[in-house]
Design a protein around this ligand. Structure first.
Ligand SMILES: Nc1ncnc2c1ncn2[C@@H]1O[C@H](COP(=O)(O)OP(=O)(O)OP(=O)(O)O)[C@@H](O)[C@H]1O
Length: 304
């Protein structure tokens, strides 16, 4: 079972970043971040453009060096073993256009001492139909699935996915999510960066929200929502509630032909509506999500 980040000791962590800083002249891209990522978890790093996500992840991946701080893998400084045991799906990877999908996997596979079976990876990543097609003749979704297959080639214990579904249409995004879920079920630890709140909510069991180089919130998605945004919104058509409005205390405001009530006690509120004889058809319930948490903590939207 995964330990929650609050109770995780250094021994439970597969990888741990300790007091990481990265400065570019005046810019503090990463400003003193410490975090431990548990074995078998799907950790999501969420934040708006320029928050410092890519810089932090590239430091953890050992692609760039921090200005200060340390990264430990299995409790030790990273070594050759780390390179052998991680897989990275970059945001952009140049592929040789004249190679087919299968040839690309076989070519990259020669870089490792031992790899997963290419046919198995092709099946896992739903690439059967395009395996003999050149890389420049595949769709955006198929290319992302090929990049994921490349990241899985060396049977990594830890997989980094940098904004894996950016630019994909909803169907291609859902396909990719299903494959990532399957990878997670194999017990691999996943570290994912994303702008998409829904992606993080659907895939991650542990989330850090980053803004201006710092981690401003950390925990399971439900925990973050419960801690920061408890109130749900019930939109009740005005003509349903009529003269009874004054009987419902607490925050309410009008929007168009609806009255919006905000409450922590959805069940109690609905019971009260029923007790007052309010017809519930046409009533809309909106529960808070990670986007609301982000908005509350930073005053900005994730996609600004
Ligand atoms: N090589 C660099 N030289 C100078 N500044 C940099 C460099 N790399 C990143 N930065 C700056 O560091 C800050 C954090 O950038 P970073 O790319 O890590 O953010 P991000 O959260 O990954 O954003 P995005 O979601 O747009 O990829 C930004 O202000 C960026 O301009």
């Amino acid at each position: 079972m995964n330990r929650s980040p609050d109770t995780m000791s250094s021994d439970d962590a597969l990888i741990e970043a300790i007091r990481i800083e990265k400065r570019y002249r005046q810019v503090r891209a990463v400003d003193g971040v410490s975090l431990a990522i548990g074995r078998g978890s799907c950790f999501g790093l969420l934040g708006p453009n320029g928050a410092g996500k890519t810089t932090l992840i590239e430091i953890i991946e050992d692609i760039i060096a921090p200005t200060a701080g340390t990264v430990l893998y299995k409790g030790r400084p990273r070594s050759f073993q780390f390179r052998q045991e991680v897989g990275i799906m970059f945001q952009q990877t140049a592929l040789l256009s004249f190679l087919t999908v299968a040839e690309t996997l076989e070519t990259f596979g020669r870089l490792y001492d031992s790899t997963d079976d290419v046919e198995t990876l092709i099946r896992t990543c739903h690439l059967e139909d395009v395996k003999d097609r050149p890389n420049d003749k595949i769709s955006g979704g198929q290319k992302q699935r090929l990049l994921l297959a490349l990241a899985l080639l060396n049977r990594p214990e830890l997989v980094f996915l940098d904004e894996p579904s950016t630019g994909l249409d909803p169907q291609a995004r859902h396909n990719l999510w299903n494959i990532i879920r399957r990878v997670k079920e194999q017990g691999k630890t996943i570290v994912l960066t994303t702008h998409y709140m829904e992606e993080a909510e659907k895939l991650c069991d542990d989330i850090a929200i980053m803004d201006k180089g710092k981690v401003i919130a950390r925990g399971a998605p439900e925990k973050l929502i419960h801690e920061h945004c408890r109130r749900a919104t019930l939109a009740v058509p005005k003509d349903r509630i009529g003269a009874n409005r004054h009987k419902f205390s607490g925050f309410s405001r009008e929007r168009g032909d609806k009255i919006l009530f905000r409450t922590e006690d959805v069940n109690g509120f609905i019971q009260k509506l029923l007790a007052e004889g309010v017809d519930l058809s046409g009533v809309n319930l909106t529960t808070p999500n990670l986007e609301d948490v982000f908005l509350k903590l930073t005053g900005r939207s994730l996609r600004e």
